[in-house]
Design a protein around this ligand. Sequence first.
Ligand code: PBG
Length: 333
Amino acid sequence: MAFPQTRMRRLRATAGLRGLVRETDLRASQLVLPMFVAESLDAAAEREPISTMPGVARLSLGATVAEAHEAAALGLAGVMLFGVPTVKDEEGSGAWDEEGIVQLAIRAIKQAVPELIVITDVCLCEYTDHGHCGVLDVQASPPRVENDATLALLSRTACSHARAGADMVAPSDMMDGRVGAIREELDGEGFSDTPILAYSAKFASAFYGPFREAAGSAPAFGDRRGYQMDPANGQEAVREALLDVGEGADMVMVKPALAYGDLIRAVKQATSLPVAAYNVSGEYAMVKAAAAAGYIDERAAVLEILTSLRRAGADTIVSYHAKDAATWLADQT
Ligand code: PBG
């Protein structure tokens, strides 16, 4: 028999054949767009560019609604909201303020574009004056984020989002027991149908740098390694996800995404839940910088990255590339 008998190239010969055997699809309806809503911006259409994230801006309420319309028109699944408040305090009380910037944004979006899914990030770091994701035990030296005291504040925050009309709440703080605490509070307040997307495997990553500039949420001292995960640990990521499932998480997330494809797969296999991957700010910034320098083809690189996250096992991808990707996917057909 002539060698080679098996020719893998047979099924790669034409676009039609490649399409026939393609294992993974990427659709706009799998993508979620993160948005930064800034309390300090009040002009109707005001946008304040974020220098480390070209193409992304902090938005006024009016601009947020415009962006939500755009996201819906492009067929995106939804948006993920982050608040940038004008006032911060020790506890992060702006996070659960019924008239806080995120709560206002949720109401405005749900009124204008009801079909668009609004997911809210539930965390305190954008609202605390020290930039940590929970309340501090200042007696400890160095001060330590208190786990159990933080749970009540996160639960209050999640309920205020649900009350404003959020379709889903996504705790990103990495306190132990927060999914269970939030579930209990939501149920008690009449929001038993509000799903929780848990940032289950969230790593202490260098790739959040641009986000912290955008949201003004860099820790004032120390780092987040006392609560976010060690990038060296994979089995622990699966354990984190399983714990969140046990506490009632409806979806789980792996974050960042690009260097964590193994864990997207492992978490998907272990939980059988819908899994989200968060393609974070630093991952976005790298692509934008390389594309601006002419080193890579942005469109091809972005679609390849997003497809690879789907292949790894992500059902949903949170990405700052979402609008561009949806535009490109639409004109591919
Ligand atoms: C809040 C939060 C962060 C991100 C999402 N939620 C920052 C952090 O943990 O420091 C990062 C998202 C990104 O980099 O795009 N805790």
